[in-house]
Design a protein around this ligand. Structure first.
Ligand SMILES: CC(C)(COP(=O)(O)OP(=O)(O)OC[C@H]1O[C@@H](n2cnc3c(N)ncnc32)[C@H](O)[C@@H]1OP(=O)(O)O)[C@@H](O)C(=O)NCCC(=O)NCCS
Length: 142
């Protein structure tokens, strides 16, 4: 099931981030996003009432930027990410968003495959965006 993220979800979001990334957006960042930022839109994916993944954006007028997208490793590769990404794109379309932008590590072929499958296009490189590693910027016109 997909639903909007709430403050009660933050501990689970941080737990998943710590499992999959060396750096996490962190608890206080996520609290502020959910509580104070009217441009923030976060969704969680639940299996048996357990939060196993999430996606977050900031959307202002016609532009949205993905802040994060991750799943517990045990639940990756089962189509849930595709479902959540699709759902969030439809939601952003409903807000009037026309362009979605995201950054992804050059080495992260799994995420790139998901983005390309859903019509995101490789646009340009942000040098050393992740410390020593470059990022691909992907853009989708919606
Ligand atoms: C990226 C991520 C959110 C995708 O979610 P997911 O549930 O694993 O994705 P799906 O199961 O829907 O897989 C979608 C596509 O990914 C590709 N894919 C899946 N596993 C893959 C792998 N090991 N290697 C390469 N491509 C892979 C396939 O193209 C798959 O599409 P298909 O099943 O139609 O062939 C998830 O894998 C994840 O949390 N990864 C670690 C964190 C991360 O990299 N986040 C993105 C930061 S920009």
């Amino acid at each position: 099931m997909i639903r909007k993220a709430t403050l009660d979800d933050v501990i689970y979001l941080v737990r998943i981030e710590k499992q999959v990334f060396t750096q996490s957006l962190g608890e206080s960042f996520l609290y502020d996003e959910l509580l104070l930022n009217p441009f923030a839109h976060y969704f969680v994916y639940e299996v048996n009432k357990e939060v196993v993944g999430y996606i977050g954006y900031r959307a202002i007028d016609e532009n949205a930027e993905m802040m994060n997208f991750c799943f517990d490793p045990e639940y990756q590769g089962q189509g849930f990410g595709t479902e959540l990404l699709n759902h969030s794109i439809e939601f952003l379309q409903g807000l009037g968003v026309k362009q979605i932008l995201l950054e992804v590590r050059k080495s992260n072929k799994q995420a790139q495959a998901v983005y390309e499958k859903l019509g995101f296009q490789k646009s340009y490189v942000r040098k050393q965006y992740y410390g020593t590693e470059d990022a691909w910027v992907y853009i989708k016109e919606v």
